[in-house]
Design a protein around this ligand. Structure first.
Ligand code: NAD
Ligand code: 0WE
Length: 256
């Protein structure tokens, strides 16, 4: 008996075995969910397929979150294969490398637009298409955010502004989708060494400061995030929508 027996989950954001989306997929699978995976670009297909196979997933489809046509095709396939959907995980973010260093003041118009499109609008675009498949099934939509939305984290820059917009989008989506009994929530994850954290100036210092200052005195793991995602995906969290929950060893509560 799993908490997610019979539920169908569509996962966006697996790039490799370190991805937060992969940690969550494993946790959902363990509780009995059936999983479908997407990959952002052709060069990731060979990474995602073996991971999907190890989850017993038959559905692995391409989806660049900036491409409306690709999204339409994906959801048409999913409707044919599954008929409905219970869980949508959005674990996608991108900003140009040059925007993640130096002064936020120097953010370019194009860098701002791209970060917002990939990291924020994608949640809206996916929710639009997931919604008809989730109706009448108590669906759960989950996204991943970061403390840089509300505090100034050096170099996080345009992504911080994007995460603030993502969190506001969670609330507006939740406000509208409640009528359809679809819940929308975010996990604000502590720093974790994934592909998206590679080559970030000062990332090691951020990890060190969590270990030193957070109440739990340790960094978080994919399993920590997976556990909270199971809660948000399952009927255990049936009364919760529009929430931003922290999985960060408690770091966010500290004043110094
Ligand atoms: P990751 O690199 O493993 O995942 C990011 C994913 O975004 C990749 O799978 C990538 O393919 C996907 N992506 C990028 N552009 C895309 C596009 N156009 N279309 C579709 N997919 C696209 O890194 P991660 O750390 O697992 O990041 C997942 C989420 O977690 C992101 O939203 C990130 O902001 C958030 N987050 C990460 C941390 C951290 O410290 N790693 C902390 C808090 C929140
Ligand atoms: O959300 C993120 C990372 C998002 C991200 C990472 C990259 C790196 C490679 C988005 N776009 C790109 N583009 C690239 O070219 N995190 C929460 C992890 C993260 O990223 C930081 C951090 C932390 C923490 C960037 C600067 C400072 C801190």
């Amino acid at each position: 008996m799993g908490l997610l027996d019979g539920k169908k989950a569509l996962i966006f954001g697996v790039a490799n075995e370190r991805s937060i989306a992969w940690g969550i997929a494993k946790a959902l699978k363990k509780e009995g969910a059936e999983i479908a995976f997407t990959y952002a670009a052709e060069n990731l297909e060979s990474r995602v397929r073996p991971l999907a196979a190890s989850c017993g997933s038959k559905i692995v489809l391409p989806c660049d979150a900036t491409n409306d046509g690709e999204m339409d095709a994906l959801f048409a396939t999913l409707k044919r294969e599954w008929g409905g959907l219970d869980i949508l995980l959005h674990s996608i973010a991108f900003a140009k490398k040059e925007e993640l260093k130096g002064e936020f003041l120097n953010t370019s118009r194009d860098g701002f637009r791209l970060a917002m499109d990939v990291s924020v609008y994608s949640l809206v675009a996916l929710s639009q298409r997931a919604c008809p498949l989730m109706e009448g099934r108590n669906g759960s939509i989950i996204t991943i955010t970061y403390l840089g939305s509300e505090r100034v984290i050096p170099n996080y820059n345009v992504m911080g502004v994007g995460k603030a917009a993502l969190e506001a989008s969670v609330k507006y989506l939740a406000g509208g989708l409640g009528l359809k009994k679809i819940r929308v929530n975010a996990i604000s994850a502590g720093p974790i060494k994934t592909l998206a954290a590679m080559g970030i100036t000062g990332f090691k210092e951020i990890l060190d400061s969590v270990e030193k200052k957070a109440p739990l005195r340790r960094n978080i793991t994919l399993e920590d995030i997976g556990g909270s995602a199971v809660y948000l995906a399952s009927d255990l969290s049936s009364g919760m929508t529009g929430a931003i929950i922290y999985v960060d060893s408690g770091f966010n509560i500290m004043g110094v």
